[in-house]
Design a protein around this ligand. Structure first.
Ligand code: N7H
Length: 444
């Protein structure tokens, strides 16, 4: 059984609040920092505290460290994850980024030692909590960069900036998730938590890493007016569809779900908001249909659709037991202004504060981004050997990206995407340790 009081709350359940701030910091004074962290550890929100939605604390706090952060605390152990050890900066090209000019300055290099994640429904509460954290640590840390994120307003709450409902499909954790929904992948706890059953790298890690998880952070800017213009300019004109419906369909096929959340595999031509809201049905698909050829049929969902590239279901090794991440991202502001919409041009940085947890960055985020979303031959063994890039997050080092399968009346038709609708502003790899690792080992 999992020790839920020992596991930070964002990992398995998520600090699902309307506001979240990410405070990236460096450690100036090892000794004082460790003393303060030990005495402040009781403020860290555990999984136990989030189990009952009605009893969740008003302010939630989690903390995670980069490799250089662990070193700043005096820990040189290898956690047996070479992506984490090397940091994200050196992997920019591998991840498809066009370079690091667009990276937030703080993420260039290895300056960031850690991140505090603070979540609440109220900005005032977050700011008060941050003031308390700041007071606790004093000059033992320096705040390097803060990203403020929040749920979008009104009926867009829970939707990311392109307008699609997010947070629908997550892996169920064997022995933890009480009632997996139909279609939900069930994964061993060790896919997310180090040192647990299913963690294949466990033997090469220090024992204190148990019950921690790697947190991949990426600030992903989204070009929303440009995305909308692309949809308007390229409606899929199936018989009986208006141009507006054709544009909506194109967007749905790029993602693999309608803005409502309904999967195109179950609602291929028209949105179905009732299906979208039904947890017994909205994840219950695997792209296969009896009597149909899984290797060639893209009438419902393109092979290149974002949710199919990053979670290929029946396309891949009997349902893909190994490559799963728990996503805990949230949009960062502001909303598109009327001026930006009219000009079809982004002026202000907005996007997704992407957060993903896994026990193995290579099998998790790295495979999904680099070997799948960015690799035109993936998913393999289709009659079309090159389905193309993931049109949402696939990246080609700034060069144009081709995508096929989007047009159901001509699946071989290639679209050439000259704009990256999602652009990396960089990030870092962190380790979110267990509470006991913090109180008994890292601060000892
Ligand atoms: Fe994605 N989007 O709005 O288009 N994502 N994602 N993602 N994503 C998902 O099923 C989006 C990103 C995954 O199990 C949905 O919860 C955007 C990265 C995975 O069926 C939507 C960005 C990576 C899934 C989006 C972004 C992933 C998933 C459907 C960046 C990994 C689950 C909602 C700005 C490298 C797939 C849902 C499954 C779902 C969007 C980033 C991975 C709407 C805008 C970088 C594994």
């Amino acid at each position: 059984d999992l020790n839920l009081t020992n596991i930070q709350g964002d990992i398995l359940i998520g600090m699902k609040k309307n506001k979240e701030k990410f405070f990236f910091f460096s450690i100036n004074d090892r000794k004082i920092f460790k003393q303060r962290l030990k005495s402040g550890a009781k403020f860290i929100t555990t999984t136990t505290q989030l189990v009952d939605v009605n009893k969740q604390p008003a302010a939630m706090v989690n903390v995670a460290f980069s490799q250089t952060g662990l070193q700043a605390m005096g820990f040189y152990h290898f956690l047996n994850d070479f992506h984490f050890s090397g940091g994200q900066f050196r992997e920019a090209a591998e991840l498809g980024d066009p370079g690091t000019d667009q990276w937030v300055g703080t993420f260039r290099g290895k300056k960031v030692h850690g991140v505090f994640l603070l979540a609440s429904d109220s900005t005032t509460v977050i700011d008060a909590e941050w003031a308390a954290v700041n007071q606790l640590f004093g000059s033992s840390i320096t705040e390097l960069y803060t990203l403020s994120a929040e749920a979008r307003p009104g009926d867009q709450a829970g939707h990311e900036h392109f307008g699609f409902l997010d947070g629908i499909s997550q892996p169920a954790i064997n022995g933890f998730t009480a009632n997996p929904a139909p279609g939900q992948s069930i994964v061993a706890p060790g896919r997310v938590l180090l040192g647990r059953d299913g963690d294949e790298r466990m033997l090469g890690r220090p024992s204190w890493a148990k019950d921690g998880s790697f947190l991949v952070f990426r600030q992903l800017k989204q070009l929303v007016p440009e995305f909308n213009k692309f949809l308007r300019d390229n409606p899929l004109l199936l018989p009986g569809l208006t141009p507006e419906q054709g544009s909506e369909l194109l967007g749905a096929r790029m993602v693999g779900r309608w803005k409502s959340g309904a999967p195109v595999d179950l609602a291929p031509v028209f949105d179905d908001p009732t299906l979208a809201q039904d947890p017994m049905r909205n994840n219950n698909f695997d792209f296969s249909y009896p009597g149909e050829d899984l290797a060639s049929n893209q009438t419902r969902c393109p092979f290149s659709a974002h949710i199919r590239k990053t979670a290929p279901r029946a396309d891949f090794r009997s349902g893909n037991p190994e490559h799963h991440i728990v996503r805990a991202g949230i949009p960062y502001d502001p909303e598109v202004s009327t001026g930006e919409a009219a000009a079809n041009a982004t002026q202000q940085d907005r996007g997704l504060a992407f957060v993903a947890y896994q026990s193995d960055i290579d099998e998790g985020f790295h495979t999904l981004q680099q070997r799948w979303a960015n690799t035109v031959e993936f998913v393999h063994n289709k009659t079309d050997p090159t389905p193309g890039f993931d049109p949402i997050v696939g990246a080609n080092n700034g060069q144009s990206r081709f995508v096929s399968g989007l047009d159901p009346s001509d699946p071989d038709r290639d679209f050439n995407l000259v704009v990256d609708f999602v652009q990396s502003r960089g990030g870092e790899y962190f380790f979110s340790p267990s509470i006991s690792a913090i109180t008994d080992v890292l601060t000892a």
